[in-house]
Write a protein that binds this ligand. Structure first.
Ligand code: SF4
Length: 340
């Protein structure tokens, strides 16, 4: 990404935000540590002064390249780092391999240790495949034994170039619910404070601490800027989707266009109205209160339309997390026992 794109993000987006906006800038897509540290320093110096107070920076990394120099950068730029680690070695190494087909778990764990030794909180994202779901104890032990207290479970999903999810062969929702419920049970039993992000999101909505806000259906709540300056919104992953009828969801280019001019295009209006139609269809769903209308990218990739409601993805994420939490709580309180 060139300096011109970074400056355009500053001038056409950040400086125009209300002062009370909550802004998070996430370096994502590909492996961000493939870019030089000096690039991030320069980008931070350009963007940070234009961010509203409280603006924060984050990076999603595979952890392989993280060393003292990166840790120093994260400290100086207050960048929160999450690592992609797919659980125990045998699960992670099945799919996360180098270009030369070498395993990467030890390298990712080395990055985790370095960050932990530096005193940084390190959330982990684990992509689950069906073969993991029968091994909840192994996964729980992995997080506990390695001091991981904040985990987000993604599922192997049908999205962009990934045309078939490994979960699409049969209904795996009940297995996923049981996996998450057992993970909660283990955490409770061992008094280990494992925060599962998807469960906590549902819990905070149910407890009234958070609205069900769904930034994926709220135009411009999340703005994706590609290295060449192309701009998209709604689901960040829409940027990777080939969709000729929607011009690949590119609403403009930040080097040439303001957000307000992108918003006036027929393309934006057409996508926005299809996303809204999908949310309207979702409004009768029993999970709508915690979901808010799902993920447009998964609707499009699974159903070939944005104006859809249920997807395999929402069944395996929002619905499974909600069911797991409610099952866990009903067992705990109805049995009156910690051994749920
Ligand atoms: S869970 Fe699925 S069907 Fe229900 S509101 Fe969310 S996206 Fe729509």
């Amino acid at each position: 990404m060139s300096s011109a794109v970074i400056e355009a993000v500053r001038d056409r987006i950040l400086v125009k935000l209300p002062v009370d906006s909550t802004v998070g800038i996430v370096w994502h897509a590909g492996e961000p540590t493939a870019a030089p540290i000096a690039w991030y320093e320069k980008a931070y110096e350009c963007l940070k002064p234009a961010c509203p107070p409280g603006g924060n920076f984050a990076m999603q990394s595979n952890g392989i390249a993280i060393d003292e120099r990166w840790i120093d950068l994260f400290r100086r730029t207050h960048t929160n780092v999450s690592l992609s680690i797919d659980g125990p070695e045998r699960f992670h190494d099945l799919r996360r391999r180098t270009r030369n087909d070498r395993p990467t778990w030890h390298l990712a764990m080395r990055g985790l240790r370095r960050l932990q030794d530096a005193g940084l909180a390190v959330p982990v994202i684990t992509v689950l495949h069906p073969d993991a779901l029968s091994h909840v104890d192994e996964f729980f032990d992995f997080y506990r034994d390695n001091g991981i207290v904040d985990v987000s479970f993604s599922i192997d999903e049908t999205e962009a170039a990934h045309l078939k999810s490994s979960f699409s062969t049969s209904d795996q929702k009940s297995r996923l619910v049981e996996f998450l419920r057992s993970m909660l049970t283990q955490s409770y039993r061992f008094r280990y404070p494992l925060h599962i992000r998807e469960i906590e999101r549902v819990a905070s909505v149910l407890a009234g601490a958070k609205s069900r806000g769904n930034e994926q259906v709220d135009p411009w709540a999340a703005i994706t800027v590609a290295a060449n300056g192309n701009v998209s919104t709604f689901s960040p992953e829409l940027m990777e989707v080939h969709a000729p009828e929607y011009k690949d969801f590119v609403f403009g280019n930040i080097l040439l266009d303001d957000i307000s001019s992108m918003e006036r295009t027929n393309l934006f209006r057409s996508v926005s109205s299809a996303v809204s139609a999908g949310v309207a269809l979702c409004s009768s769903c029993r999970y709508f209160g915690v979901c808010g209308g799902g993920s447009p990218v998964n609707k499009y990739c699974e159903r070939k339309s944005l104006a859809e409601a249920e997807t395999e993805f929402c069944k395996l994420t929002t619905q499974a997390s909600t069911d797991a939490l409610l099952t866990f709580l009903s067992g705990k309180y109805l049995n009156g026992s910690a051994d749920v």
